[in-house]
Design a protein around this ligand. Sequence first.
Ligand SMILES: [Zn+2]
Length: 634
Amino acid sequence: MPTGPVALRAAARARLQPLPGGPFVLEGGFWGDRQRLVSECSLPHAWAALEQTGRLANASPASLAGEQPYSGDTYADSDVYKTLEALVWEHSRQPSAAVHRLLVETAAGLAAAQAPDGYLHSWFQRPDSPGRYTDLQMGHELYCAGHLLQAAIAERRTGADFGLMPIAVRLADHLVERFGDPALPYLCGHPLIEMALVELFRTTGTTDYLDLAARMIDGRGYGTLGPGLFGAQYYQDSQPVRAAESPAGHCVRALYLACGATDVYLETGDRTLLDAMVTQWDSLVANKTYLTGGVGCRRKDESFGAPFELPPDHAFAETCAGVALFMWGWRMLLATGHGRYADLMELLLFNLLPAGLSESGTEFSYVNTLHRRRDNPEFGDKRPRRQGWFRCPCCPPNLMRLVGSLGFYLATQDDGGVQLHQYVSGRFEAAVRGGTAALEVHTGYPHGDEVLVTVLDGPTSDWTLSLRVPAWCGQVTLTVAGQLWPMAPDGEGYLRVRRRWEAGTEVSLRLAMPARLTYPDARIDGVRGCVAVERGPVVFCLEQDDLDEVPLESVALDPAAPLEGTFGPVPSVHATGVATAAPRHGWPYLPAVSAVVAGASLQLSLKPYYAWGNRGDAAMRVWLPLCTARAAER
Ligand SMILES: [Zn+2]
């Protein structure tokens, strides 16, 4: 049976194990529909874009001979490899002769491009390049290698053979050979190779790969790479991994490194690494994460800001950083079993990540702002709206490979039973006492408040079904086999039902999700005096498209008025607001509080953040100013 992107060795120090019997199979619903959209629209769109922009030709003989222009920059191979990985996961669900042929042909091209010693990087193999390993800061050689390894790992895990794995093993063996000498520089300016090497160790059993990954983690933080354009912190080389108290520098780099460090802990049991990861995670969540799960606000170097530096209109919140944070959350969940990691994964799953994909499936976001103004300054390729493709198209295929493998990130098992962490419709199997249990989940989540779990098949035996109660949920009702089951979540955030299960037993979990107002920590200057609307795990936003003539920037929300939701095909939360008066001409500062509340009340219709921007380029904001009079009362 297919196993997922993370398949722990038997000796791994994990509290929880990924499902061994194949993925959770999504069936319709919020993510099942998106998985189909990616399959039918996004992946063909991405492959066409890779062809049209010349990415696929970079590894051709003519390109390697320098006889044609190069497409993109030193990261360009990774665009292809991530798309290959997405196609491999997709092919495992829906085999297709055309995709099979495409994968085999592409793998054959890569095998032909690979140097006799196993090296593979289409930019540095060209005669006009400065040569291998001459630019570890920004050369992306090991980063690209990591993505190739991950595509090959997906191939192996899904039981397929397109020819990728032999290329990956030769490349990894080359890396072990080349960087086996501790006296030589052995860091890549863009982490990722660490997690890929651990996974290749998990796949092949070759301990050299794990050892190299561990050395790369241990070797970081001593300035080996030099200051570069943005300083050593940019690529996590300013502080040893165990000494850093918060992820710092370029967000995607930092979070992939955290994945690798957590993976090394899981396989070696080096507790100091896990302790550092817990500290860094807690710091990240406490003061560097946007309400939507996004991270990063510094555009110049795509990095985290200082603690509580979370301006909504300058949120960078790259889709790739959301993917990386999701992947790190999964590893922390496996390591610790604590629901707070699954909570943040849920936040990403229903806010930042789906916002990265248009309803058409052919537009993607790089930047995920929380406030787009009507007169929004554009930032070139990285403008805060979805686009068909990018000069640096890192995000679209990254999202696609995650969506393709999403079924592996939703549930786990341990010796005592089964844990369901995310609520999507579908079915899965897990090993329980006495055999294999097949379970079905049916839910309208994230807008429907009931999750129905049915044991379809399996032995009649005692085991524990654990259901996560999200941190946002204050009232939960559990029914087991028609009986109310009074129970509160344990310290890890789960309801744990231990009983004798048999086929046909139904469990109903109701998570009360009234629309609610969320106030920001007073230390976040960018949203002081504002409020956000949430319902269940979903963050809502207000778009200019729903305001008729009133400018979005003039709207304030009345926190005393009730919130009402409608959750049909277009979910909305209705709130009440007012249009604030313009103060004085040309002077953006307001007179005394009492004079501010102007005009008649407005009925506001807020839509899910994940759906914003599907009606054009309109303005949007998540954080709404409070009516000033009301704010003064607070
Ligand atoms: Zn990206």
